[in-house]
Design a protein around this ligand. Structure first.
Ligand SMILES: [Zn+2]
Length: 282
């Protein structure tokens, strides 16, 4: 059985969730990333707080390449991403929990590939944008603690940091979007390029612009406050604990061989395939 830590990307991790934590700074070709190592549900965990410990880094300024590659350097081969999001679908309401199965990329200024600065490039398959095996685990974990789980959804990832306009929300509805948030792309892309399984658990905290009265992000009466005070945050931590308990290192999927035969040109020196890492460890 693999003893690789299970990855979690979130905005916060309570003391009840992540035990025996210690901060680890990991060097990557794109600078250092800070990862919290500890235990969740008795399993080894590597937790990235994507906005920083004090929520000082907005989505469009996150060092996505360093963050995902740091996970890979720590041996992580599965990442659960927690994404508190808005709904653009009237059938998906605040308090629901969505396990998205597809995404629309509406970002504008983010790096496109881990290999952008290299002499090579890759074209990875995104027929299944999220790992099907990890998604199934998240659906099982969520349905164990909530009867408001939506097992599919198209995640519209926007650039931010501003919220969307009503016209944009209408456009996303026409394009088939269900939920909207800012930090999914390129995490989901770089995880695939790093041959790491990746799936998202997305609690709904508000409706998109024009669908309900406007909300503020922080402060009294804000959606951030209601996320914590209404118990949705606690519920999601229960889902994550349940997911860590039920996680199988033996899952069947193609994420961990996503780059096999996919390189155009020679891979950069910093890239080592999973097979090579395994061989070096013997
Ligand atoms: Zn997978």
């Amino acid at each position: 059985m693999s003893d690789a830590p299970i990855g979690l990307i979130s905005s916060a991790a309570s003391e009840e969730l992540l035990k025996n934590r210690k901060a680890e700074r990991v060097s990557t070709p794109w600078g250092e990333a800070e990862i919290l190592l500890g235990e969740i549900a008795g399993r080894q965990a590597a937790v990235l707080l994507r906005y920083g410990t004090n929520l000082t880094t907005p989505s469009h300024k996150i060092n996505y390449r360093a963050n995902i590659w740091a996970m890979r350097e720590l041996g992580v081969d599965a990442i659960i991403s927690q994404n508190a999001i808005g709904s653009v679908n009237t059938a998906i309401r605040p308090g629901d929990i969505v396990v998205p199965d597809d995404f629309l990329d509406k970002t504008k200024s983010r790096p496109q590939s881990l290999f952008d600065d290299s002499e090579c490039w890759v074209r990875v398959d995104f027929t299944d944008p999220f790992c099907p095996a990890l998604r199934a685990e998240l659906i099982d974990a969520a349905t164990a603690v909530s009867d408001r789980v939506i097992e599919r959804g198209v995640f519209v990832c926007t650039e931010g940091p501003r919220f969307e306009t009503p016209a944009e929300i209408r456009a996303y509805q026409m394009e088939g979007g269900d939920i909207v948030g800012t930090p999914l792309v390129p995490e989901v892309i770089f995880a695939r390029e790093a041959e790491i399984c990746f799936a998202s658990i997305a609690p709904v905290i508000n409706f998109g612009a024009g669908m309900a009265p406007a909300v503020v992000h922080f402060g009294p009466g804000s959606m951030n406050e209601s996320y914590y005070s209404d118990g949705l945050h606690d519920l999601i931590e229960k889902v994550i604990i349940s997911a860590f308990k039920g996680h199988s290192p033996e899952r069947v999927c193609t994420c961990r061989t996503a780059l096999d035969g996919g390189f155009h040109g020679s891979p950069p020196e910093w890239f080592r395939s999973r097979e090579k890492v395994k061989a070096e460890a013997l």
